[in-house]
Design a protein around this ligand. Structure first.
Ligand SMILES: N[C@@H](CCC(=O)N[C@@H](CS)C(=O)NCC(=O)O)C(=O)O
Length: 205
């Protein structure tokens, strides 16, 4: 298998962390230079018409993009340790939190980053006001996390899961736009973050 990735990019980091937690090592990582537009070339678009990383290319040439789909493939291939849940309720709650984390946090932090920094101004039109608004929307997710992590060890309940990976990678990304939850305001979130940071998979980036 090959993973098309990019240094310091938050979505590929989710898959790298997932692979590390699963102990899957037979993956060749190919790093693209996103700022140089490696992902925009026709040959890469044939792997993912969305022109985004990560892409997991299987040995038969099948290309899987979207982190959630890659998570699913890897979970089915290597069920243990389960990161998408075992019981119906675990699976359901992990998917609920994973989708919340992706849509209401990773995506809003991403829009804040792209629209305030102009990082991809060669391929999109940054709108500063949308960047600021997205930053506010991203911050609105922090109290939800605080509430959930007060009384739960992990984002989707009592077990570490893909939802923790997505929240962790989005929080790390959020540092680039100056968003660092404060321990006084978000004690449970910060304690959880420090715990995740200790996992060997959090260092692979
Ligand atoms: N929904 C996608 C998001 C992928 C994504 O936004 N990838 C970013 C890197 S974190 C990217 O490839 N950006 C390059 C570009 O927009 O040109 C997923 O789950 O994989």
């Amino acid at each position: 298998m090959k993973l098309y990735s990019a240094h310091k990019a938050p979505n590929p980091r989710r898959v790298l962390m997932f692979l590390a937690e699963k102990g899957i090592t037979d993956v060749e990582v190919v790093n693209l230079d996103l700022s140089a537009g490696d992902n925009l070339h026709e040959d890469f678009r044939r792997k993912n018409p969305m022109a985004k990383v990560p892409v997991l290319e299987l040995d038969d040439g099948t290309c899987i993009s979207e982190c959630g789909a890659i998570y699913r493939y890897l979970e089915e291939r290597v069920p243990e340790p389960a990161l998408l849940g075992r019981t119906i309720m675990e699976k359901t709650l992990i998917e609920m939190w994973e989708r919340r984390a992706e849509l209401s946090f990773m995506l809003t932090v991403g829009h804040c980053f792209q629209h305030t920094t102009g990082f991809f101004k060669d391929r999109m039109t940054p709108i500063a006001a949308w960047g600021e608004e997205s930053g506010l929307l991203a911050r609105q997710f922090l109290p939800l996390l605080e509430e959930q992590l007060t009384g739960h060890d992990f984002v989707a309940g009592s077990e570490f899961s893909a939802a923790d990976i997505t929240v962790f990678c989005a929080l790390e990304f959020a540092k680039l736009v100056g968003m660092r939850p404060d321990a006084e305001e978000f004690p449970a979130l910060v304690a959880w973050y420090q715990g995740i940071k200790q996992r060997p998979s959090a260092a692979i980036f």
